[in-house]
Design a protein around this ligand. Sequence first.
Ligand code: DCP
Ligand code: MG
Length: 371
Amino acid sequence: EVCVEPSSPQRLSQYACQRRTTTINHNKIFTDAFEVLIEHAEFNENEGRCLAFMRATSVLKSLSGAVRCLWDLEGLPCLGDQTKAVMEDILECGKSSKVQEILSDDKYQALKLFTSVFGVGRKTAEKWYRKGYRTFEEVLADSSISLNKMQKAGFLYYNDILKGLNRAEADVLSQIIEKTVHTIVPDAIVTLTGGFRRGKEYGHDVDFILTTPEQGKQEGLLGCVINKLRYQGILLYHDHQQSTFDFKKLPSWKFEAMDHYEKCFLVLKLKSDLVEVDTRRDDAAERDWRAVRVDLVAPPISHFAFALLGWTGSRQFERDLRRFARHERKMLLDNHALYDKTKKVCLSAKTEEEIFAHLGLEYIAPWERNA
Ligand code: DCP
Ligand code: MG
């Protein structure tokens, strides 16, 4: 365990899973700039640079006050010369010339716009950019481009989805999902996860974990939920992915794109008579609903704690949990399991607290995981 002398201030860990990060960010002026640099590095597939800026951003988010000068950074982990140079620029001029340059870059602007569509990833955006397109109109006018079902929904509900949801709207959706699930399996467990579980006020979607007290009874639940939502007339889009989960498989050491649980990505109608939903749009007639993104994932109860820990995020918190497990404990962690490579055993857990304990980590509450 970390031993701290009483007189010395505790050194901040290089791992986000050993820091407490609430939604209050005193260094937004810097982290906003870094978000641009991260996205730019992502677009250019510069993984190293991407990771460096993500770690620096996460450290700044965990600080209890604003950085006023470069001296304030003394002793902080994950802040290299590149990140410090950007921060110095911001401290001196109020903005970073590097960031300004990227923001006015033609390719960055196009990729940023295209990837803001639900279902459009970096590769597709790049393809459209290389065809010379810079606007949605140009993309949609090209009849040789065939959009998949997800992208069609992405364009159809673009403004709604871009808007995201607030806490009150997420709560209304929780009630809808809970009620729907309970008509199918009365004792099913519905848990709000993702950013809203971390106490965020806004989110781009709402994430739920559904499971059942009886092992295995969650199988087939999502299909029934989708049917019920369709019957209620609020299902606008669904992508139902069957489970590819294998109980015998060891945790992946990579920060995988997706876990193997049965899940569905949805677009639902959120009606304005249920909550004060802002349904104003510039491109459509008056409606009494807005399209919102919802993700449902259904792990078996035996793996609920791992799924919950994995889906609560933040992404950086997850990344560092896995990195910590691997480098500091010789263990493999993913959304399904924790494997001790020394003892050659999988460590089971019923709660998140047990997983932190297995890892020899102090428990970090969900609202402190906004790394
Ligand atoms: N997650 C993951 N792997 C994925 C997708 C998500 O581990 N491929 C985890 C980390 C995320 C959480 O699930 O924090 C929820 O994903 P979201 O994309 O919904 O992210 P948030 O809920 O944190 O933020 P937002 O407010 O944008 O929805
Ligand atoms: Mg979310």
